[in-house]
Design a protein around this ligand. Structure first.
Ligand code: PEP
Length: 256
């Protein structure tokens, strides 16, 4: 098998969650654009919906991409409060998170929602980031690998290799998100290997080798490099540390 590890581009996405007004988002994005050194990492920011348009304007012409934190799978219609994939694409998004653990555990998104959302994102010409990850109870019960396999399979089953090409996966153990408790580099690499072999079974080895798999869960500037040292860890999904330009830039620069 060719050595594809070196050809997968490192991707770093800052998930701002429910933080930042439009004006605050513009200031943060401007700080990131101003401080980002050219490197091999592809960098994106995911502001809340209300800040997408002003942040899109603030990053225009830079190498920073715009991501959304969620989407509803229908194109349009009587779905009060929802935002569709074509709307996100028209606002300048190229990446959309689907199945983030807070969507699954706070808002009740199930595997079928995640699948529909991923399909709608692909249909609008953007790249879905399918987030998977086990809870602490599931890990303690020895089910971590089965849980991520099941979540992944539910999200991508039946999709052809070509259809899956733009997809990214994020491994985010629920017990590591916003807790300050990070997976060790060994645990992250083990889980990423499990994900890649599941992808190979679902979509073929070539598609699996090409697909970036990001780690998320209490990543900071001082642990980013160690986590990224895993051969199957292709990037980072960053929450808390993406809310300040300096801490996010430290992570982006650690990624290359
Ligand atoms: C996240 O929001 O996806 C995340 C990983 O958060 P944190 O970095 O704060 O753990």
């Amino acid at each position: 098998m060719p050595d594809q590890e070196s050809t997968r581009r490192t991707v770093v996405i800052g998930n701002w969650k429910m933080h930042k007004t439009g004006a605050e988002g513009v200031a943060l994005a401007a700080g990131i654009v101003a401080g980002l050194r050219p490197g091999r990492a592809e960098v994106a920011v995911a502001p809340p919906f209300t800040a997408l348009a002003p942040v899109a304007a603030a990053i225009r012409g830079s190498s920073v991409a715009l991501a959304a934190q969620d989407v509803f799978h229908e194109r349009e219609g009587a779905f009060t409060g929802a935002v569709s994939a074509p709307m996100l694409a028209a606002t300048g998004c190229s990446i959309v998170l689907v199945g983030h653990s807070e969507r699954r555990h706070v808002f009740g998104d199930g595997d079928e929602d995640v699948r529909r959302k991923a399909l709608s994102v692909l249909g609008a010409g953007m790249r879905p980031v399918v987030c998977v990850g086990e809870t602490l109870e599931q890990r303690d019960a020895g089910r971590a690998e089965d849980v991520v396999r099941e979540q992944l399979e539910a999200a991508v089953r039946g999709l052809s290799d070509a259809r899956l090409a733009p997809l990214l996966v994020a491994y985010e153990p629920v017990w590591a998100i916003g807790t300050g408790r990070t997976a060790t580099p060994d645990t992250a690499e083990t889980m990423h290997r499990v994900i890649r072999s599941s992808l190979a079974a679902l979509a073929g080895p070539a598609a699996a080798e090409r697909m970036p798999i990001l780690y998320g869960g209490s990543v900071k500037g001082d642990n980013a490099g160690a986590i990224l040292s895993g051969a199957n860890v292709d990037g980072l999904l960053v929450g808390g540390a993406s809310l300040r330009a300096d801490s996010f830039l430290d992570i982006c620069h650690a990624a290359g």
